[in-house]
Write a protein that binds this ligand. Structure first.
Ligand SMILES: O=c1ccn([C@H]2C[C@H](O)[C@@H](CO)O2)c(=O)[nH]1
Ligand SMILES: [Zn+2]
Length: 133
């Protein structure tokens, strides 16, 4: 991955963040899931008046990739205010398909600033998996 490619992924996450439906938290999140072949699937968070019905940007992006038949992934880019990490539900969800996924995070309030890069394996070292069934 060169930095131009990463910039394109970040742009995609930021653009999708503009579609976030977050009237309750007012916290907009955008995600860009990058497949092994370099295709991009984007997602934003979608809240619900029944709060538990809310879905995070990460799972929307990942679900779009899965629904398109693409389950081999290299990275996900997250764009959110403060650049925080994915929630526990999303870590578990992503680990089903890509336990070593690279996770890039940008602060949507300062997208040209530093980004964080982690492996999902580091952020979520002990997923519940098929071996635990
Ligand atoms: O990594 C994250 C963290 C939070 N959210 C969403 C869920 C909810 O709509 C709002 C506040 O938690 O942000 C995400 O989409 N991804
Ligand atoms: Zn989440």
């Amino acid at each position: 991955m060169d930095s131009r490619e990463l910039s394109r992924w970040i742009e995609a996450a930021l653009r999708c963040r503009e579609n976030a439906y977050a009237p309750y938290s007012r916290f907009a999140v955008g995600a860009a899931l990058v497949t092994a072949g370099g295709d991009l699937f984007t997602g934003c968070n979608i809240e619900n008046a029944s709060f538990g019905g809310t879905i995070c940007a990460e799972r929307v992006a990942a679900s779009a990739a899965i629904a398109a038949g693409q389950r081999k992934w290299q990275a996900i880019v997250l764009a959110l205010s403060g650049g925080g990490p994915p929630c526990g539900i999303c870590r578990q969800f992503l680990s089903e398909f890509a336990p070593d996924l690279r996770i890039y995070r940008v602060d949507a309030d300062n997208p040209q600033g530093e980004y964080q890069a982690d492996s999902l394996a580091d952020l979520y070292p002990h997923p519940f998996s098929r071996h635990d069934l």
